[in-house]
Design a protein around this ligand. Structure first.
Ligand code: SF4
Ligand code: SF4
Ligand code: SF4
Ligand code: FES
Length: 948
């Protein structure tokens, strides 16, 4: 493996469809109109010296190194800022240009510490390279003049360092922060020789608005901004392209290694989901892979009160298999089941559901998507015919109106959030429907046109009201509806939404949002041009989650916003492979590609391929498994890569269910909360240690590549295979690519997908088959996957979770940028410096009424349970609403949430819990009890000592 080098063309590619032919250094070149001379030269293989230009950023023209001569024009224009013109004749290498460039370079070098030999960027520094390229041999001014060598370094960020002495003030970092990331955290402070880059108001990076995305570090041509790992380990020497294992954006990275040590993750410019950008998690928060708490040897124990015993892999596997066999012999075939992981690869997920269906002999398989996006699957497949989003991320570049509902892209899907912000800065309109004032509502150079801060639990009423305006004010795209949808169903729906009870005036009473705001937002969505809807768990995690997804689908159909770029319905998926785990047959009623287990043709096909009879009745969902465990009929569970005790609702019920089981097997990187109730722990592998694929929120299937040997000895797919064989059902794959071949052979949407194909093209969006050999960026063009689009009535049914005198406030939950879900990975990195604990956001009015001050401990009490955490008094939340994140197990947010769930899919109603808030002295009894259990469990495993 060598270091992958990506060409820097100096300026971004032009999107023009017209081309221009010109002559550069005697050779003709044809490029799209609008291309810079610099890029045109690069495309024909001529590199013009440059420092301030890079193709991730718009050209700036400050360094004056890229000068060229153009026939018929005076002077020496900068090639990065001068666009090509027809028949232009350009010279890039003349003696005049050489002299000028040398002169510019001399000035830079005279104010630069000449420590190249000991500099961490040695060999990978653009200043050094360009000095060589311009042939600089001496600096006439000497090095004794004024310089910045005494400038203080800023080491406040845990991941990168800033050494102003090396800065050439090329502005690339400032522009990266503005153009790519959209945070505007950097400025150039001072003038002329005094100018230096400054975060915020001349603050250290950690005290500024910087969100540590690293775009500035990547853009810096010198060692001024540099990863601390490079300072410590040295320059990487080989790399492989892989995919981030955090969120559903699916950013592609070059994993850059030195020996078998990972030095840094560099976002890959050719990555179709991220185009060379990343967030703090993907770029920096991978240290958990080497964390000392990672468990590397299998462990077993007869009872959960026993100490863990380290055992060999053979013993762990054979013990697990014998326990599952014993349980099935005693309690029946259906008394065991398993849970697949949205953090694992498609291949691993496919194998776990295969293990359960073929080796356990039942359909008791479910996945963590149950608790996040199961309503998306149900809602979109019913209305459109496909359980997935309709667009690719790049489609947002053609949106005129962006409606974000129940999603917080800048925190939960940061790279797409930056992409969206770029489009918003370029003029797209924005509607945000969210109880909380998320960052998008107001951030540098962005102001939402409408923010509808609705009361949690009123999404359906709000969407019905938007539809009411569209129908009653004659804003329906009738041509689209007549051609593409079932007209009778539309007519029923139109009658329904037109009823006065769905009017903005009525819905204002329920949602707390003024009717005029609702009307104006509806008009903008329907008439503002290409309108796209993006939504997240604030839509799905409700008792009417599926109804809300359907209401969104209705709205897009009624306005004709489906089937082309710039429009669509886009679920922002939480985990890296939540789309994939659903695609791979993780639900108890579906095989891969969402085919029902009762479908004889599909089942027969799998029976032939798997050579085993299969069950035709759907199996148990996670909540049913837990109920059955409490009832004594479900006794064995295999959980791969999920912490159900922390991530699922009603923690007390979940722990009772787990405690009732006779064999709980957890396969993970660390002891998690679920392992308190486990009898077998099988160490898992990280995304750096195996090959496979993830499918992101755009249905994009991308490779992950093994860059180091699994520290635990095996990839997760190998562990499932060993367990299956021990259970008497042999699986025989030599490499994950063979599993993908089986997926492709058995799943119509994946027919053309193979590791070889992905290696060649980078990534594809399913469906990828004979009809769409290169994949499908935009769905439902010309026709819906199900034929006619289906309108369904969406009656608003208030949740049973009601506020009242005892519980007068509504708690809703969400995520923060630096942490990820239950925090198992991010809490084991320096990301914790940004979010050490979950806090409760409360409006100043509600806080004052309860005598709560900022940073006070408060008790959050619901009908289900109580927990304590610190308060953050802020008007980000409306009066009557409180908000928290759920990244820290000590907070136990799910002790408070109820067991209400979506009517169609059982997706829990995390987003609405009636609570009371009062001041408190510290942790609740339950938290104390839990802390003890947690410590005891960790001590048993010896990890407390190791961590200390
Ligand atoms: S790390 Fe990202 S947010 Fe921070 S200054 Fe650099 S570009 Fe801006
Ligand atoms: S910190 Fe780096 S990118 Fe920023 S101005 Fe200085 S040299 Fe250029
Ligand atoms: S946006 Fe998501 S996929 Fe991209 S780097 Fe961040 S966590 Fe990873
Ligand atoms: S690269 Fe063109 S002016 Fe700097």
């Amino acid at each position: 493996m060598s270091l992958i080098h990506e060409t820097d063309y100096g300026t971004p590619a032009s999107k023009s469809e017209q081309s221009v032919t010109l002559t550069i250094d005697g050779s003709q070149v044809t490029v799209p109109a609008g291309t810079s001379i610099m890029r045109a030269a690069m495309e024909m293989g001529t590199e013009i010296p440059k420092l301030c230009a890079t193709d991730m950023l718009d050209s700036f023209g400050s360094c004056r190194l890229c000068l060229v001569e153009i026939e018929g024009r005076n002077g020496t224009p900068a090639s990065c800022t001068t666009p090509v013109a027809p028949n232009m004749v350009v010279k890039t290498q003349t003696s005049r240009l050489k002299q000028l460039r040398k002169g510019v370079m001399e000035l830079y070098i005279s104010d630069h510490p000449l420590d190249c030999l000991t500099c961490a960027a040695n060999g990978n520094c653009e200043l050094q390279t360009q000095a060589g390229a311009v042939g600089l041999r001496e600096v006439r001014y000497g090095y004794e003049g004024e310089n910045h060598l005494d400038n203080q370094k800023d080491l406040s960020n845990p991941y990168f360092a800033y050494d102003p002495a090396k800065c050439i003030v090329c502005n690339r970092c400032v522009r990266a922060c503005e153009e790519v990331q959209g945070t505007f955290a950097l400025t150039v402070d001072g003038r002329g020789f005094e100018s230096r880059i400054s975060p915020g108001q001349n603050q250290p990076f950690m005290d500024s608005e910087c969100v540590s995305c690293g775009a500035c570090v990547q853009a810096c041509p010198t060692a001024t901004l540099i990863e601390k790992n490079v300072l410590e380990i040295g320059q990487p020497e080989h790399s492989a392209v892989t995919t981030c294992a955090y969120c559903g954006v699916g950013c592609t990275f070059k994993a850059e290694m030195r020996g078998d040590e990972l030095v840094r993750m560099v976002p890959y410019k050719d990555g179709k989901a991220n185009h060379g950008h990343s967030c703090i998690k993907g770029r920096f928060a991978w240290g958990y892979a080497n964390h000392k708490e990672r468990v590397l040897n299998p462990m077993i124990r007869k009872k959960i009160s026993d100490p863990w015993q380290e055992v060999s892999w053979e013993e762990a596997i054979s013990y697990t298999a014998s326990e599952f066999k014993r349980i099935q012999a005693k309690y029946g075939k259906d008394s065991v089941g398993g849970i697949t992981s949205s953090r694992c690869t498609n291949e691993e997920t496919y194998l776990v559901q295969k293990l359960i269906r073929a080796a356990f002999g039942n359909n008791n398989v479910d996945t963590c998507a149950r608790v996040c996006h199961s309503p998306t699957g149900y809602g979109l497949s019913t209305t459109y015919g496909t359980s997935a989003g309709t667009q690719d991320f790049d489609s947002v570049e053609d949106s005129d109106v962006i409606l974000v509902i129940g999603a917080n892209p800048t925190d939960a899907h940061p790279v797409f959030g930056s992409h969206m912000k770029k489009r918003l800065r370029a003029g797209a309109k924005l509607i945000v429907i969210d109880p909380r004032r998320i960052d998008l509502v107001r951030s540098p150079h962005i102001q939402a046109d409408y923010h509808l801060p609705l009361k949690p639990g009123t999404n359906v009423a709000m969407l019905d009201a938007l539809a009411h305006v569209i129908v009653t004010e004659g804003l329906v795209n009738e041509e689209f509806v007549r051609e593409r949808c079932d007209w009778d169903e539309f007519a029923d729906w139109a009658r329904f939404v037109s009823e006065p009870r769905n009017s903005p005036e009525e819905v204002a009473k329920l949602s707390g949002v003024p009717a005029e705001q609702i009307r104006a937002a509806a008009r903008l969505y329907a008439t503002g041009g290409n309108a796209a809807i993006y939504y997240g768990l604030g839509v799905t995690e409700h008792s009417q989650g599926t109804t809300t997804v359907i209401a969104i689908a209705n709205l897009a159909m009624a306005t004709g916003n489906i089937g082309r770029r710039g429009v669509g319905v886009n679920p922002l998926r939480g985990q890296n492979n939540v789309q994939g785990s659903c695609d791979m047959g993780s639900f108890p009623h579906e095989f891969t590609n969402y085919r029902h287990v009762s479908d004889d043709k599909t089942r027969k096909m799998f029976e032939e391929v798997w050579k085993v009879p299969l069950e035709k009745e759907p199996g148990l969902r996670i909540p049913n498994m837990i109920d059955a465990a409490v009832d004594g009929t479900f006794m064995g569970l295999y959980v791969q890569g999920e912490d159900i005790l922390q991530s699922d609702p009603d923690t007390k019920h979940m722990s009772a269910g787990l405690a009732a089981m006779e064999c709980v097997v957890v396969q993970d990187l660390f002891l998690n909360e679920t392992t308190h109730y486990a009898h077998v722990f099988l160490p898992g592998s990280t995304f750096l240690e195996k090959d496979g694929t993830f499918t992101n929120a755009e249905r994009r299937v991308q490779l992950i590549r093994k860059v180091m040997a699994p520290k635990n000895g095996y990839g997760d797919w190998e562990i499932t295979m060993m367990l299956s064989e021990a259970l008497g059902y042999k699986m025989d794959y030599k490499h994950p690519s063979e599993i993908m071949d089986e997926i492709a052979a058995t799943s119509p949407g994946f027919t053309n997908i193979s590791f070889k194909h992905l290696d060649e093209v980078g990534s594809v969006q399913w469906p990828c088959n004979e009809k769409a050999p290169e994949g499908t960026p935009i769905m439902h063009i010309g026709q819906f996957a199900r034929g006619k689009g289906k309108f369904i009535l969406t009656e608003y049914v208030p949740t049973d979770e009601k506020t009242g005198p005892r519980f007068p406030l509504l708690l809703t939950t969400g995520r923060i940028l630096s942490q990820y879900n239950v925090g198992a990975q991010t809490r084991r990195t320096d990301n914790s410096m940004w979010h050490e604990e979950d806090v409760l956001e409360i409006h100043p009015h509600d806080a004052e009424q309860r005598g709560v001050r900022d940073r006070d401990w408060v008790k959050v009490q619901s009908r289900t349970g109580e927990t304590t955490l610190r308060a953050k008094v802020t008007d980000r939340v409306a009066p009557g609403v409180v908000y928290t994140t759920f990244h820290h197990p000590s907070t136990q947010a799910n002790v408070v949430t109820t067991d209400y769930s979506d009517w169609a899919t059982n997706c829990p109603e995390y987003k609405v819990t009636a609570v009371q808030i009062s001041t408190s002295n510290g942790p609740s009894d339950w938290q104390e009890q839990y802390r003890e259990l947690s410590e005891q469990s960790r001590r048993i495993a010896g990890t407390v000592e190791a961590a200390e």
